[in-house]
Design a protein around this ligand. Structure first.
Ligand code: SF4
Length: 103
């Protein structure tokens, strides 16, 4: 039987293990392929400055995933998940036409 004290001692270890598992998952997460049909449809580019400005006139200089509302990492993270591309990471310097400036 686990006492309350033992449980309290185990809790931080369980949290640290969960964080480590999460970090390992993040490192293994694939990047969005700009040639993926969904990425093509959204005009996704790994380098925001290479956005097709003729096809996507909403693009404005300075826009990039790192400052987008749908970017699920910190602006300083090199890449992070995006709500539109489940299970994959987008680069902080990437861009797509669904860009919404973070509030
Ligand atoms: S929705 Fe935002 S974070 Fe996701 S790919 Fe487009 S610009 Fe990047």
């Amino acid at each position: 039987m686990t006492s309350r004290r033992a449980f309290i001692q185990i809790l931080p270890l369980a949290g640290a293990a969960a964080l480590c598992a999460n970090a390992a998952w993040a490192a293994d997460t694939p990047q969005v392929d700009p040639k993926d049909p969904q990425a093509v449809a959204l005009g996704y580019v790994a380098d925001a400055t290479k956005a097709d400005k003729a096809k996507f006139p909403r693009y404005a200089a300075g826009q990039a995933c790192g400052s987008c509302q749908l970017y699920q990492g910190k602006p300083t993270d090199a890449s992070a998940p995006c709500a539109l591309f489940g299970g994959k990471h987008v680069g902080a310097k990437a861009w797509c036409s669904a860009y919404v400036k973070k509030a």
